[in-house]
Design a protein around this ligand. Sequence first.
Ligand code: 4NP
Length: 163
Amino acid sequence: MDHRKILFVCLGNICRSPLGEGILRHQAEARGLSRLVSTDSAGTGGWHQGEAPDRRSIAVGRQHGVDISTLRARKLKTSDFTGFDMIFAMDRSNLRDIVRVAPHDSSADIHLFMDFVSGEQRDVPDPYYGDERDFQDVYAMLDAGCAKLLDFLHPDSRPAGAS
Ligand code: 4NP
């Protein structure tokens, strides 16, 4: 079966996309798909390169058993467009920025995350200037969305009782 490499992209790679990466990895492990799905994250901006995720993202992940504390921010790079099968933008501004820098030989499928998982032209909103509730909302969107993504990629892996 095909191995899929999935990249989550936001603006700073410290709030939303590291959570997407951590949640997808966690869910893939829970479904026994670790060898079939790999994931990473990046930012369209490079201001936070080398930094750990925002402490609020680390905290909300930890509340759900998802450890993202060891991840480090990096900027989206040209080789990501051939190194990953799917690139998911957290919001429509990220999507525009990703498409703008995509090289001509890009082989990645590039999508707005919420559009791909639920058909909605909806952003995972930037929580950077928000409060803990905003980080909880981001977590919930990414958690539900990653489950849908894995259902799509590996329908036989759906957890028992999933609706
Ligand atoms: P993220 O959040 O894109 O979800 O990582 C942000 C992080 C940093 C900034 C903006 C958004 N910033 O302006 O530094």
